[in-house]
Structure formats: C-alpha cells, structure tokens
Design a protein around this ligand. Structure first.
Ligand code: TIU
Length: 225
C-alpha cells in the first residue's frame, strides 16, 4: 500500500474513498474520567460500563493503523489545574455535588495531569502520536489540531471514541466545516445512552452524509490490509 493509493471502504450513505496517506485516526477522549468509575462521566450520573465495549474495537483499529505507520492522534477533554480555562457555565452545569476540579478517586476531576484525565492504558498513545488537550467538547475549539493536521497534509479523519453524541459529534461537525471528510466506525464510538448512539450516528450520515460517513472497524481494517 502506498501513501497515495485510494481505497474504497463500504460505508453509509455511500462508499468512502479512503486515502490512507492523508487520513488520520483521531481517538476522542478515551480517558479514565469517562470510562472508569469515579470520574467525570459517573459524576454526571452515567453508567460508565456502557462505554467499555468500544475499547476492544478501538484497540484493534489502532493496532492496524499503527502497523501501516499511518497518522494517529488522541484528544483529552480537561482543564488547567488553576481552572482558568474552565467557563463558569461549564463548572456549575448539572448542579452536581461534585464538580470539575474537585477531588475524586482518580485525582481532581477533568484536570490535566491527574490520573483520571489520562487516556486508558489499553489505548495509550505512543510518543509519535500527538495528544490534543481540549477544554471543550469539539477537538478544534481552542486547540492546535487544525494546524497539526494541515502540517501533516491530512484531509480525512477516522473519528472514534466517546461519547458519540457529545464530543465525537461536535468534533465531526467542526471538522466538516473545516473541509475534512470524516468516517465514523460505529463499533468504535460509544454513548451512555443507546438511543443517542443510534441517533448520533444517523445525524452524521443522513441527508447524503451531511457531516460524514458511517462504517465499522472490520470494514476499515479489511480495506487497509
Ligand atoms: N457527557 C458526555 O456525554 N460527554 C462529555 O462530557 N464529553 C465527551 O463526550 N468526551
């Protein structure tokens, strides 16, 4: 497989023309704070076990992508330890007893440098993979992701991670408006809510692929094999 080859990946609403050399695998917020008990996800009242089914498909897709030496990037949602980048509206939202920055079993919730903020061991980045720390739900807001992608000649994104309807959807919409083609493998994105999983994916692929394409990890891995 050469960097300039185009591969057809079966997808909805129609096949995705994958250019591996200009496509990055972007893993959204696969952090302990969302996937393990005691973090931000649970603080919001969610059952974190709902998200853990995406770990294994992501692990396989990541291994396949790394084996071909293709671009991989990771994001983490979180804030500076002094919380100076935390909008007051985000801090008080939900009226929960525990808030961003408060101590929890995995350190201060959603704060950079704390154990819970870091990426789960199963998908831990290797040194050549940029990690984008983002204060918001979208990966482009207040980050250098767009510059990093442009510097590497990336024009397509395979977007995985959590949660389907929040940070994945927001990132796909932001990427779409910046001119990237986004492919979302449905088994590699997860939601705390089954109905949002279904609708979050439908929103991406409806209207002729208004924000992007939806496929699955096995189809993508078979295409690059
Ligand atoms: N709450 C929820 O579904 N998600 C987030 O707060 N962040 C991400 O999706 N990463």
């Amino acid at each position: 497989m050469t960097g300039h080859q185009t591969l057809t990946v079966q997808a909805e609403p129609y096949p995705f023309e994958l250019s591996p050399g200009s496509c990055a695998l972007l893993l959204i917020d696969m952090q302990r704070d969302f996937l393990e008990p005691g973090g931000f996800g649970e603080m919001l009242g969610n059952d974190v076990s709902q998200l853990r089914r995406v770990i294994e498909p992501n692990r396989k897709l990541l291994a396949g992508w790394r084996a071909k030496a293709l671009a991989v990037m990771h994001t983490r949602e979180g804030h500076r330890p002094d919380l100076s980048d935390l909008p007051p509206a985000k801090k008080i939202r939900g009226r929960g007893k525990t808030r961003i920055g408060d101590p929890g079993p995995m350190g201060r919730i959603l704060v950079r440098g704390e154990a819970g903020h870091d990426i789960i061991p199963e998908l831990y980045p290797i040194p050549s993979e940029p990690v984008i720390d983002k204060p918001g739900k979208g990966a482009f807001f207040a980050t250098d992701l767009h510059a990093i992608l442009q510097n590497r000649g990336i024009k397509q994104l395979i977007v995985t991670g959590v949660t389907t309807e929040v940070c994945v959807n927001t990132t796909v919409r932001e990427a779409n408006d910046r001119g990237y083609d986004c492919l979302v493998p449905e088994d590699c994105v997860g939601s705390y809510f089954p109905e949002f999983q279904t609708m979050g994916l439908k929103m991406i692929k409806a209207q002729g692929g208004i924000f992007g394409w939806v496929s699955n990890s096995e189809t993508i891995l078979a295409a690059i094999a």
